[in-house]
Design a protein around this ligand. Structure first.
Ligand code: ZN
Length: 86
């Protein structure tokens, strides 16, 4: 069996395999879903859960990760992606 590389959700800090997480990239001050996992920019992993978007927002984790203010619209956009995958 091939050992899959584990990645950590920045919100709940749970370690999971890549396919259990969503990868987002901050690209031109917009947060986009990195489906191909090859976009340029600051990337981070998040569980495919609304709870983790909310947690990240509440604790301002993403502001620290990206070293900038993350807007309400960006959080909403991330929630859309989370919904989409279900
Ligand atoms: Zn999580």
């Amino acid at each position: 069996m091939i050992k899959k590389p584990m990645r950590m959700c920045i919100a709940c800090r749970e370690r999971k395999t890549k396919d259990q997480l969503l990868r987002f990239v901050s690209h031109d001050h917009q947060i986009v879903l990195d489906n191909q996992k090859q976009l340029d920019g600051r990337g981070f992993y998040l569980c495919n859960k609304i709870e983790c978007v909310d947690l990240m927002k509440k604790k301002k984790i993403l502001n620290k990760v990206l070293s900038r203010m993350v807007t309400e619209q960006e959080y909403e956009a991330m929630k859309e992606y989370v919904h989409e995958k279900k």
